[in-house]
Design a protein around this ligand. Sequence first.
Ligand SMILES: [Ca+2]
Ligand SMILES: [Ca+2]
Length: 196
Amino acid sequence: MAIISVILQISLYITVTIAQQQSTNPSVSWLYRPSIVYNLDLRHTLLPPQQQRNQSIAVRDDYTYVPGIGAYKVHTRGVPWNEARKTCDEEGGHLVILNSVTEAKKVTELFKKAERFTGSSWPDWVSIGFHDLYAEGEHVTIHGQTLAKAGFSEWVAGEPNDLGKRENCGSLYKNGRLNDHECVTPLGFICELPID
Ligand SMILES: [Ca+2]
Ligand SMILES: [Ca+2]
């Protein structure tokens, strides 16, 4: 019986020693973190679709990045609003949507710096991402929000005037305010790439 008792005590000692090592040895404790590592790896795929798409956009040297706000490109070749819209889409972005006074100021600064507008009927104006093509007088962004909800709705004095009952596309004047213009009028335009 004495021998059995000694064997049991040795077994107990070994068990306790292994348990202590598992709780204090970092290399052993890693074995108990696989679920955490797994979740970190999944973090990207758990983001909303819009943010996943943004992560795949590489930095482009033809766009100006404004940290925390967006990335912008002023196109100086005048084209009708719908052609401008499609060009921005082909670049992975959209006609710029102004979501704040700050963004409107930054975009206007970039507009003013741009030179040599060609083929534009009015170089002091550029097409941006809003219209009232769905319902006259209901100006919405190309993503469907009212301008007030989007965050910027400061118009040039006397605008929108729907001149000739034909002005249904959105533009930005060099003073940083909005206008409605005829969609077929060739204007320069500004594209935006959303950034995180
Ligand atoms: Ca209109
Ligand atoms: Ca107008």
